[in-house]
Design a protein. Structure first.
Length: 466
């Protein structure tokens, strides 16, 4: 643990939102954390972005649905579950400003991206275009498709920080280059709302608009989307959109919303895995294991109602999560608190470390509750330590990163997402309603101590990767 107790930062320059309380008078931060969340009292979760969490009230809803399923399995799964699922679809549709018939659920954003990309039909000359910060599983999905279908892929390489307009320019140029080459054209563009590593907001609204002009399908990976940033899917009008609810909307894992406009639903012929909703060529109807609905539903919605026997209770917890967030003050208040805390908290950490946050000149990267701070580690010094201990130069980046991650968990009862990016070490911090400025002060002290240990070579002791 840090050797000294950090002094709370001055509050005169902090926005008023950071003094927020719930409608029943509970202060955001440690007070809310103790009352509503289930963390170990000794654990500080500064990495909400990776796996999220949910409060006790949502836990109670989850267990209630699970108990009902065990008490009367067929009654609940066949007859009650579809109606509860519709309620969740309606609740999330209101938050996203999307038509309910265009909303279904999948376990996570990775499944959603796979469902979309694997459903589309590719021909020779088709390209998938994506950007360097793509989530790893999505990039491997694209790689798999290039091995099993005629589609080709092009990755737009760059390193943050860059300006939004630069990304639009290089995207447009790459599309034009592929077209001018005579080898084919871009069929799909895959990009994020908020990237994972580094955690920065992406200019997805502008890119969706560009895709429309260029007649390219926009596939939007909103893993860090709903509950994180304001989203209006009617106005955005992306061709395909998926967003985890369990990361930022306080639902249990795994729960993700898949939005596909009516115009594109015929393109998604199969769920993942292929299940009862698939209609082979030559047939005209869906044989659904669930009883016929009393309300008219499309074959798209019906297909995703029952894909296979898993615990779908997390899907049903959307209304409970919305109710919890309404008690906090509503979606806007939650987003504004988390973003303000991430920005001011991480700036304070950077000040304590004598480094900087990852931001561009127009300050667009930090318009979300995940912010990155540079760690005060000299790459040349780390390479020197590696050389002295027999560790290969190429392994240094990930070796230091992995040691920091493990040390934070095992010795400091916390996690902050470290990364080796652009030749330097960074850490991604998350703003969340159960955190406050004091938590970021504490994080700064921890990181200062851990970086000091790294500079002394603690990460290299007992290792040889030659």
């Amino acid at each position: 643990m840090p050797s000294t107790t950090p002094r709370p930062p001055p509050t005169e320059n902090l926005p008023e939102i950071l003094t927020a309380t719930t409608k029943d008078g509970i202060k955001f931060g440690k007070e809310l954390r103790r009352k509503d969340f289930m963390f170990d009292e000794k654990y500080r979760n500064l990495n909400h972005g990776s796996f999220g969490t949910y409060p006790r009230s949502v836990r109670d809803a989850l267990r209630s649905f699970q108990d009902q399923a065990e008490a009367r399995p067929d009654d609940f799964i066949r007859y009650k579950y579809p109606h509860l699922l519709d309620e969740s679809r309606e609740a999330i549709a209101k938050i996203l400003n999307a038509p309910t018939p265009e909303i279904v659920f999948v376990p996570n954003a990775t499944t959603g991206v796979n469902t979309i990309l694997r459903s589309l039909v590719y021909e020779e000359g088709d390209y998938i275009l994506y950007f360097a910060p793509i989530y790893g599983s999505c990039e491997k999905t694209v790689a798999y498709l290039t091995e099993t279908t005629p589609v080709k892929a092009v990755k737009i390489e760059y390193v943050h920080p860059v300006e939004d307009d630069y990304l639009i320019t290089i995207f447009t140029q790459k599309v034009e280059q592929i077209s001018a080459s005579g080898r084919g054209c871009v069929k799909i563009a895959l990009f994020d709302t908020v990237c994972s590593n580094p955690g920065v907001r992406f200019p997805f609204e502008k890119l969706v608009a560009v895709c429309k002009k260029l007649n390219i399908y926009s596939v939007l990976d909103g893993a860090h989307g709903v509950g994180n940033i304001e989203l209006d899917l009617r106005a955005l009008d992306a061709d395909f959109f998926v967003s985890n609810c369990h990361k930022w909307l306080h639902t249990p894992r795994g729960c993700a919303v898949l939005h596909i406009p009516t115009r594109n639903q015929p393109l998604i012929r199969s769920t993942l895995p292929t299940s009862h909703g698939f209609i082979p060529h030559g047939l005209t109807n869906v044989v659904n294991p669930l009883p016929p609905s009393k309300i008219l539903k499309s074959s798209f919605v019906t297909a995703f109602e029952f894909v296979g026997t898993i615990d779908n209770a997390p899907y049903l917890c959307i209304p409970a999560a919305v109710k919890f967030r309404e008690r906090l003050g509503g979606e806007k208040m939650v987003r504004e608190y988390c973003q303000a805390l991430a920005i001011h908290g991480t700036k304070r950490v950077a000040e304590m470390l004598g480094t900087k946050v990852l931001e561009n000149e127009k300050a667009t990267l930090m318009r979300c509750p995940m912010v990155n701070v540079l760690l005060p580690l000299d790459p040349h010094k780390m390479e020197g330590i590696a050389a002295e201990t027999g560790i290969g130069k190429g392994a240094v980046g990930m070796e230091v990163r992995n040691w920091i991650a493990q040390t934070l968990v095992s010795e400091y009862a916390t996690f902050m997402a470290p990364m080796f990016y652009g030749g330097r070490w960074w850490v991604r911090l998350s703003g969340q309603v159960y955190l406050e400025m004091e938590d970021f002060e504490w994080a700064g002290s921890v990181l200062r101590e851990v970086c000091g240990r790294a500079e002394r070579g603690d990460w290299a002791r007992g290792k040889s990767l030659l």
